[in-house]
Design a binder for this molecule. Structure first.
Ligand code: SF4
Length: 466
């Protein structure tokens, strides 16, 4: 599975797909779409969505009544939805919410229906799929009053402001984007770029909302799941990632939210982000950082880095070959762990890479405690094969470092890290000191430390690699 996508919101049950659904699914499959979530908007359409999901393994259903049809929501409809929501191929409740743009149902009925769907999602243990148009603050208010279902949810076809996005993200919701982000016009482009830059990929999904909202350049034609790559491509462009990166991360997001029957790749040794191949060297570390995700959710840009054991050099070489490392510009030794714990293997691998392709840049991501761990100065050994060394400074002083990073080696780990950094600069390595954007980290003081040492400086987001 190289490049793959999930269309997290389509309407395959609608009449527009009645005559050629199988061809539509085939075309989607050929375009790398491995799963489609089809979302009922009325009770009959919810029943049809379930039928389609029961017939085609690559489709799952969400059941609900759209805010446009909120006037159809009554006790009987709710009872029927409750039965549907418990069926095996149903993965969510919705789409529900508020649409004050078209106002096709009275607003008070939309609100009542929204509250009812939220209660149903909680009762049935399903996530909720939310539709909002021109009603973001009211929708937020209702979500705050009612509370989210335990399984969370997604705001589909997000069209709000940056402030709306921040508020939904703070609640723990995913935001999903459609072909509207590809529409031309300065205003739309500015809106799309500002929102897409803000929302972390780890909280995004991609969708078509087909048969509606056909992406550029197919506007005017019927939309279908095969076009979801146009949405992913646009996001990739804004975020400076590849479409594979966007596909992999948004796929994992959709699989996790909806618990879709999709087999995701298990742990991975080598993976590509942008033009760099990362090598997952070890899961062991001499730190135990308070912000580290390695024991909780060791996933980076959609790659699962949880290792059952440390890989052998042969396994790492094989993984690099499979990743086509020779066509990339950089190999990075990393992992959710400390690569220098495996110094002999790292040096052996780095030398081999340089032999095979002398122009390849090699970077080592490290916590900077290698000299303490190995009880010797390892910097001279690094200079033979490593070009760039990225060292996690992570604190402006020793007390903050000890509190945040909880090192298991000593004495004076912070002092040793600074000394290691200076030695790397003196040895002629390209040194980058990094910090995680954490409330206890004084970024400006850290920046000054890096400048004084003669290193470059970079601020990382939590869980951000590459
Ligand atoms: S140094 Fe990196 S891998 Fe080690 S505990 Fe800290 S964040 Fe996790």
């Amino acid at each position: 599975m190289k490049q793959y996508l999930i269309d997290s919101h389509a309407h395959l049950e609608m009449r527009q797909f009645k005559s050629d659904l199988e061809q539509v699914l085939e075309k989607a499959h050929a375009a790398g779409v491995i799963h489609i979530v089809t979302v009922g908007s009325t009770l009959p359409e919810s029943r049809r969505a379930l039928k389609i999901a029961e017939k085609f393994r690559e489709v799952s259903a969400v059941v609900g009544i759209h805010p446009h049809d909120a006037q159809d929501m009554d006790e009987l409809a709710m009872e029927e939805l409750g039965k549907l929501a418990r069926r095996k191929r149903v993965v969510g409740v919705g789409e529900t919410g508020l649409d004050f743009f078209r106002d096709r149902s009275p607003r008070e009925l939309q609100e009542e229906s929204f509250r009812g769907h939220l209660a149903l999602a909680k009762e049935t243990g399903q996530p909720v799929v939310i539709h909002v148009r021109d009603a973001y603050s009211r929708a937020l208010q209702i979500l705050e009053e009612e509370g989210l279902p335990e399984r969370g949810g997604v705001v589909h076809c997000f069209s709000g402001t940056i402030q709306d996005a921040e508020a939904f993200l703070a609640m723990g919701l995913y935001l999903s984007f459609t072909g509207t982000i590809t529409y031309e016009g300065r205003k739309n482009r500015e809106w799309a770029e500002s929102v897409l830059s803000l929302v972390p990929l780890e909280r995004m999904m991609v969708e078509t909302d087909s048969p509606y909202l056909t992406p550029h350049p197919f506007r005017g034609q019927r939309n279908e799941p095969a076009y979801v790559h146009l949405v992913a491509e646009y996001i990739a462009g804004v975020k400076g990632l590849s479409i594979s990166d966007v596909g992999r991360v948004t796929t994992r997001n959709a699989v996790e939210l909806f618990r879709l029957p999709v087999d995701l790749p298990s742990s991975i040794l080598a993976y590509t982000i942008r033009d760099s191949v990362y090598l997952n060297v070890t899961g062991s570390c001499t730190n135990s950082c308070t912000f580290c995700q390695r024991s909780v959710n060791p996933v980076v840009k959609g790659h699962n880095l949880r290792l059952q054991r440390d890989p052998t050099p042969d396994e790492m070489i094989k993984a690099l070959e499979e990743e086509g490392w020779q066509n990339r510009s950089e190999v990075v030794f990393c992992g959710y762990g400390e690569p220098t714990i495996r110094l002999p293997e790292v040096l052996q691998m780095a030398s081999r890479i340089k032999e095979l392709k002398p122009s390849m840049d090699i970077r080592l991501n490290t916590n900077g405690l290698a000299n303490l761990y190995h009880r010797k100065n390892i910097v001279p050994e690094l200079t033979y094969a490593i070009d760039t060394i990225s060292i996690s400074l992570n604190a402006q002083d020793a007390d903050t470092f000890d509190r945040l990073c909880r090192p298991s080696v000593g004495p004076d780990p912070y002092g040793s890290l600074l000394d290691f950094s200076r030695k790397c600069v003196a040895a002629g390595l390209d040194v980058v000191l990094t910090v995680v954007a954490h409330p206890e980290v004084d970024i400006e003081v850290c920046r000054k430390i890096a400048v004084d040492i003669g290193a470059r400086f970079r601020v990382r987001e939590y869980n951000e690699v590459g």
